[in-house]
Design a protein around this ligand. Structure first.
Ligand code: 3PG
Length: 506
């Protein structure tokens, strides 16, 4: 329904809730949205508040946009309502406590939401509030939620992952701490169970720790889930016996039917396998929570593919993948795709390093480059293993290790099965590259002693560690300058510096 602009509606607003008047600063008193003040620059978020950092741009002055977002995402609406009362406004409304204009109608805003506003046991209610209606508001041409700091009190409602250390222990890499290496069987779909399992066998025997289904392979008629699982698990078993190394198979159980997912999960657990895979973004948080908890009860790890995330993350309306990464960790994902910094998916080395830190570290520091609010995880929240996947091959491995350190799973599909001598040699090249990078040996040097590795870098190319380090150093050495540029130029400036190192060239 079109809104009719009332005469004088842009005039200085009066306080509308008796006794619940926001503390007035000269600037904050000039605007209201729906008749109430949400801007309170003197407000200090408490340790139980949710803090949300946003970029917004629209048709109206920035403070009005900020009020609009705060209202719509907490207690208000487009107009003054007779049903508002002091208790509601005092206890449940959002507080806009920082407004940083870049232009009159655009800028960075921080909003704090009181814990009491939320049904804390229910993440869907949180998302519907803070990541909900606001993206559709007519006033806004751009709305990007940069980060959210989740209070510890909220985190207690989540059990978190079994995690990185448990996976290392299972695979026996808890002492040498080398990166794990894996592959996504390609072609993405189309192989029969036998063909698929043969590729898996070759990958395992070539030295990979993990084989996984692709995000779009579940239970198609040409490759029924159960048949594929049985065949791959038999191949895995054979290689474990032959090599004495433990292996993992991330079998994709994603489905619209909870019943089918749970049946598959049970089948995996009863077979003695250790991992399932879920397309977490398309599944949605309720499914992720339920499946992760059930998987953990049965001693299974959860490998999470994030296909679809970029619809939220890359546009001018949406939110950073960093927010999803925090949630997936809390929801109990044990391995999460977070990007590569040097491959085919979006994100600069600096941003991808930050996503790695979101899933592994306990404390996150406030920063403008990369954007980050300070936040600390509750003690019970274990580390999720970051997965670097998308366009990788052996020649990029030392760059990946430069970004993440060695606590990373390096996965390559095309980079393994596209090796000139096929999957087994591709797997050998990836394992050799990861072992060399972990010891600080250059891939070029390691390639002198490893034929498969030499062939891989001759075929796919090579990006030296120093190149990636220079990009990371640019970010860390110029933090202050970049912050000043972003504060002045807005979100577009941050995007400009957030380019992936694309080894395929322009
Ligand atoms: C993934 O699941 O991350 C992609 O399928 C990776 O495939 P690629 O290594 O061939 O890019």
């Amino acid at each position: 329904m079109p809104r009719v602009k009332k005469k004088g509606s842009n005039k200085k607003a009066k306080t509308v809730v008796k006794g619940a008047k926001a503390k007035k600063s000269k600037k904050s008193s000039v605007v209201t949205y729906g008749g109430y003040n949400y801007i309170d620059k003197n407000y200090k978020p408490s340790k139980e508040d949710f803090v949300v950092w946003m970029w917004m741009k629209g048709e109206k002055p920035l403070p009005i946009l900020a009020e609009a977002v705060a209202a719509e995402s907490s207690v208000g609406t487009f107009t003054k309502i007779k049903t508002m009362n002091k208790r509601v406004f005092t206890h449940y409304r959002a507080h806009v406590f920082e407004v940083l204009p870049v232009q009159d109608n655009a800028g960075f805003v921080k909003i704090a939401y009181p814990f009491e506003h939320f049904d804390a046991k229910n993440l869907l209610q949180f998302e519907a509030s803070v990541l909900g209606n606001i993206f559709g508001m007519l006033e806004l041409d751009e709305l990007y939620v940069i980060d959210i700091a989740f209070p510890k009190k909220f985190q207690r409602y989540f059990s978190g992952p079994i995690g990185l250390n448990a996976i290392r222990k299972y695979l026996g890499t808890d002492k040498n701490k080398r990166p794990h290496v894996g592959t996504i069987v390609k072609p993405k779909v189309g192989l029969t169970p036998k063909e698929f399992a043969h590729v898996a066998y070759e990958a395992y025997i070539g030295g990979l720790d993990l084989v996984k289904d692709d995000e779009n392979l579940v239970d198609q008629p040409f490759c029924p889930w159960k048949k594929r699982f049985d065949e791959v698990y038999a191949a895995l078993d054979k290689v474990e016996t032959k090599t004495g190394e433990k292996k993992l198979y991330a079998t994709n159980i994603s489905d619209i039917s909870l019943e089918r997912m749970l049946d598959r999960l049970d089948y995996v657990a009863e077979s003695g396998a250790k991992m399932i895979m879920l397309d977490v973004f398309v599944a949605g948080p309720a499914v992720v929570k339920m499946i992760a908890e059930e998987a953990h009860r049965k001693g299974l790890f959860v490998h999470a593919h994030r296909a679809g995330y970029a619809a939220m993350h890359r546009g001018r309306y949406g939110y950073s993948f960093g927010i999803l990464a925090k949630l997936y960790r809390l929801l109990g994902v044990d391995q999460l795709h977070v990007g590569t910094g040097v491959g085919k998916m979006d994100g600069s080395p600096t941003l991808i390093r930050h996503f790695g830190s979101i899933v592994r570290d306990r404390k996150l520091k406030e920063s403008w480059f990369p954007f980050s609010l300070s936040m600390e995880y509750e003690k019970h929240v274990a580390k999720t293993f970051p997965v670097a996947s998308g366009g990788l091959h052996a020649g990029l491995v030392e760059g990946v290790v430069e970004i993440f350190g060695t606590d990373v799973i390096i996965q390559a599909g095309g980079g393994v099965h596209g090796h000139p001598r096929g999957t087994r040699a591709g797997a050998e090249s990836l394992r050799a590259a990861a072992e060399a990078a972990a010891k600080g040996i250059s891939i070029k040097t390691a390639a002198k002693r490893n034929k498969a590795l030499k062939e891989a870098i001759d075929h796919f190319g090579f990006v030296p560690r120093e190149h990636v380090r220079a990009m990371l150093n640019f970010g860390s050495r110029n933090k202050k300058t970049l912050e000043a540029m972003i504060r002045k130029g807005g979100y577009d400036v941050a995007r400009m510096f957030d380019k992936t190192l694309d080894p395929r060239g322009d």
